[in-house]
Ligand binder design. Structure first.
Ligand SMILES: NC(=O)c1ccc[n+]([C@@H]2O[C@H](COP(=O)([O-])OP(=O)(O)OC[C@H]3O[C@@H](n4cnc5c(N)ncnc54)[C@H](OP(=O)(O)O)[C@@H]3O)[C@@H](O)[C@H]2O)c1
Length: 324
């Protein structure tokens, strides 16, 4: 099968189209013909060598396709079922395989493209909105990178919960995206960010969801009202700084540095989150923005778009294009 491998840690140029053997199925596993693969920040960290790659050096963890093989002990799928996944290593390939318990059926009315686009970042947005910090009707929440993959879904889920979302985006052109998805205000990130936020929310906000991290991350504490919480969940702009705990005394504040594995890491909790996302996509509560799609051979272009802050919504790879 065709696949993309990381030849060595580095920039997008190290993503190389290759051929590899399809491994044998292990007990409990299914194999899927991949239609669409999702690209996200985890893949960039795999490419840079910041998080581990599988032994076959194929990056990617999410996508959608149809079942083509099952181990004899798998009974919950049949051949041809359309499924989506967000925790299967080696997804930049024509076929992927892994434990059946980490695949979910795609509802009939949902396209494979939409399922691939929504699952990974949707399950992340779901655990952030529903599990990480108290969210009450009428609360105010800042969402960073609100036009991005996780951000545009988190904006919708917090809005659904009755929170007022103040979106932070990297450019003027991105403001309209979270506003169209329910945010009550959208601010362009700048040196004036705290002043701009306080002009909208003079007393501060209850919650900040920060996907960017980086050297400026501690300014988030200045956005909070008393008892407020900052949830740090990403490092797109760089590692998080160390912090003086006395900063929290400015309002009995709280911070959390969260990882998906602690909320939706096991099959049971992941399946709950996956169903919550699929249900919302199916009934129209969750709108999925797709930025662009490229063939497998061009996946480096998606990495460049994501890293350069050019993208909005979800970046996809149409794997079928590589074989036509
Ligand atoms: N903890 C978890 O469970 C979990 C799971 C999935 C993803 N994440 C994290 O969530 C974040 C978003 O992931 P995503 O895949 O959905 O990406 P994304 O939001 O679609 O793209 C990243 C966005 O980050 C913003 N950004 C700010 N500074 C940046 C910089 N120096 N370089 C690049 N981007 C920068 C940009 O938005 P603006 O231009 O609008 O600022 C950019 O569009 C990532 O940090 C990722 O690691 C965490």
């Amino acid at each position: 099968m065709k696949c993309v491998v990381v030849t060595q840690p580095g920039g997008p140029e190290v993503l190389t189209l290759n051929e590899t053997e399809v491994p044998e199925l292990m007990p409990g596993e299914i194999r899927v013909a991949v239609e669409t693969v999702g690209v996200n920040y985890w893949d960039i960290m795999q490419r840079k060598g910041l998080v581990p790659l599988p032994a076959n050096r194929i990056p990617g963890v999410e996508g959608a396709g149809s079942v083509i093989a099952m181990a004899t002990d798998v009974s919950n799928f049949t051949y041809g079922d359309r499924v989506a996944w967000s925790k299967i290593q080696g997804s930049y390939a024509e076929q992927v395989q892994g434990p059946a318990k980490f695949f979910v059926p795609i509802p009939e009315s949902v396209t494979s493209e939409t399922a691939a686009a929504g699952l990974m970042q949707g399950t992340t947005a779901w655990y952030l909105a529903y599990q990480c910090a108290p969210v009450h009707v009428g609360d105010s929440a800042v969402v960073f990178a609100a036009a991005g993959g996780v951000g545009h879904l988190l904006t919708q889920m917090l809005t659904e919960r009755g929170a007022h979302v103040i979106a932070i985006v990297g450019s003027q052109a991105k403001r309209s995206i979270p506003l169209a998805l329910g945010a009550t205000a959208a601010i362009v990130d700048s040196a004036q960010l705290i002043e701009d936020l306080r002009a909208i929310a003079p007393e501060g906000v209850n919650l900040v969801f920060d996907a960017n991290g980086g050297a400026q991350a501690l300014r988030d504490l200045k956005m909070l009202k008393a008892h407020g919480t900052v949830v740090y969940f990403g490092t797109a702009a760089g590692p998080l700084p160390t912090m003086d705990l006395e900063l929290l005394s400015a309002g009995s504040l709280a911070v959390r540095r969260v990882r998906g594995t602690d909320y939706i890491g096991d099959a049971t909790t992941w399946n709950v989150a996956a169903k919550e996302v699929m249900d919302r996509i199916e009934d129209g509560r969750l709108h999925i923005n797709v930025d662009s799609q490229v063939p497998l051979s061009d996946v480096a272009r998606q990495h460049e778009r994501l890293e350069s802050r050019a993208s909005t919504g979800k970046l996809l790879v149409d794997v079928a294009l590589a074989t036509r």
